[in-house]
Design a protein. Structure first.
Length: 106
């Protein structure tokens, strides 16, 4: 788990989900990338704590924002009908955001 600050664009509408007696906002964002094959990288963001009330009033799809949080790599297992490999592991990034601010540009 690493701390970071990044500028990102919101791709999907934020959804409020109740999980383990706690409210979460889950959304998909896109992050700029310097790789030649992949210009932008999609990532899931999980927002909790006191950011929840501010977030649902201010941010919509296609807004730019600054996000500070913890980033981690999660694994998911997909079952396949294959003779050699029964399971396929897929890695994806997830972010636990604790500060979100609007990105203001000229």
């Amino acid at each position: 788990m690493n701390n970071f600050i990044i500028t990102a664009q919101i791709v999907s509408h934020p959804k409020i989900i109740r999980s383990k007696s706690e409210n979460l906002i889950i959304m998909l964002i896109t992050i700029p990338n310097n790789k030649k094959k992949l210009c932008f990288f999609n990532c899931r963001v999980y927002i909790k704590r006191n950011v929840l009330n501010k977030f649902k009033n201010f941010y919509r799809k296609e807004d730019l924002c600054l996000i500070a949080g913890n980033i981690k790599i999660n694994n998911s297992i997909n079952k396949e009908n294959n003779l050699f490999n029964k399971y396929k592991f897929k890695k994806y990034l997830s972010i636990d955001a604790y500060i979100i601010q609007p990105y203001i540009y000229n």
